[in-house]
Design a protein around this ligand. Structure first.
Ligand code: 2AM
Length: 219
């Protein structure tokens, strides 16, 4: 038998460099400022359970006390999650471990539960994207691989980070349906859409590129 036992991380993902983290947070904060000043946002403020006297969401709080910004590929749960071992053995995972990648952020979103950045993965990046990631989250529908890729920017109180990817998939489902009368607003950063139920998506007119390292989170 092998002398070495495999050590599985809590999760695998792309970890943003220090500089890219600050840049991403700044981009997120700009959206929050825009939202805070938007009449349409104030009209729908109730979605966030906000008190009537408050006019702006304290979205800055969303960005507090979080660990390093990252885009999770596989939640491995120290080897206990379904498919954790198979994932660790993927050729691409072994080959690209500790390698640098540029990720493209194509949008930002806010819901009453989470704030996140939508990530557009390249074909090479999809090689380390688990085959069943979208299926695991959406029981009925087939969504393109990589649809769930995101960077959690923050969560509301008592909300687990896993929710951010589920919120993103909900946006994508609504986009696909496509026949709703969404409010659209042009902003400095791009097109801002309101999907109802407190769900706001900013489609960035210029994608943000962030530097990352692919690896595992072990603590
Ligand atoms: P996130 O990717 O949306 O940020 C540690 O909890 C990390 O693993 C977090 O980044 C978290 O969410 C992600 N995570 C937790 N549980 C998960 C799950 N069941 N499926 C996918 N990702 C999960």
């Amino acid at each position: 038998g092998s002398l070495e036992e495999a050590v599985y991380p809590l999760f695998y993902g792309w970890f943003l460099t220090h500089k890219s983290q600050s840049h991403t947070k700044e981009t997120g904060k700009k959206l929050l400022e825009t939202l805070g000043e938007l009449d349409e946002f104030k009209e729908h403020w109730g979605d966030f359970g906000g008190a009537a006297s408050e006019t702006r969401i304290n979205l800055e709080e969303y960005f507090d006390g979080k660990g390093i910004l990252h885009c999770t590929t596989k939640f491995s749960d120290y080897g206990k999650a379904t498919g954790a071992q198979e994932y660790a053995e993927l050729e691409a995972v072994k080959e690209f471990f500790s390698s640098a990648f540029h990720l493209q952020i194509s949008g930002l979103f806010i819901t009453p539960r989470t704030a996140g950045a939508r990530v557009r993965l390249s074909d090479k990046q999809l090689e380390v994207w688990p085959a069943d990631s979208e299926k695991e989250a959406t029981l009925s529908e087939e969504l393109p691989r990589g649809s769930r890729a995101h960077i959690t920017l923050g969560c509301a109180k008592d909300v687990e980070a896993v929710q951010t990817g589920l919120d993103l998939l909900e946006f994508i489902r609504m986009e696909k349906e496509g026949d709703q009368d969404w409010a659209v607003k042009d902003t400095d950063q791009g097109k801002l859409r309101y999907f109802g139920k407190g769900m706001w998506m900013l489609e960035l007119s210029e994608e943000v590129t962030v530097k990352t390292i692919f690896g595992g989170f072990y603590p």
